[in-house]
Write a protein that binds this ligand. Sequence first.
Ligand SMILES: [Mg+2]
Length: 254
Amino acid sequence: MTAKVAIWDFDGTLGHRRRGTWAECLLEVLDTQQPGHGWAFPEMFEALATGFPWHAAQDPHPHLNEPDAWWDHITAVVAEALTRLGTAGPQAAAAATRAAYTDPAAWSLYPQALRVLDRLTAQGWQHVLLSNHVPELPTLLAALGIDNRFRAVINSAASGYEKPHPEAFRLAREAAGPARLVMIGDNPRADAAGARRAGIDAIWVRRNQHTDTPDLDAAAGILLTSTPTRDWRHPALHEVPPLEATAPGALPIR
Ligand SMILES: [Mg+2]
């Protein structure tokens, strides 16, 4: 019997920072440090739209594989962004980003995440996590009680390769071993198109427009109603756009 391994994105697929991503995190920091600062989401989002490792996924960054080096880089990126924006105290706000962003209390799993993983496990699937994330991802996964679901966790902050870089998918394939592989993620460029370019089928998880919750049940349904043979290809997998047609930066990679 062919082994079956689902390769999962984390952020925006299985879980999310409930209090928002980078822009919201910086606004949270400013709320604490400078009450009444007056900055809002749109300008903060714009200011933070460049400089993070996943904004240049074509460039490996092994020099950032140590957590402190990674955060030194991010802290500099954030301080520069806040300086460009014109906020007061950019260095102090940037320095507080690490603790705020990685606070486990700020993170949640989507309601169906564990149920879907375990339903697939019961049907013979194993799971690998492939994420563009912060160095503290393993700590967050443990705090959320999901770390023990994965045979391997490949995290860009530790590997030096951001999806959709082909090496990120090679590392996932290596961790999965000989198996039928399917990537499941919310980002059409980083997850779906990147996987397809690496020769791995992909399910682009869509969001319920009313709840902003990714439809993991639909993804599991595709996996469980199809027979994963060597030449298997579910019709839904053809919805993924080619990598070339999905501009970097057009969507937040998370
Ligand atoms: Mg994601």
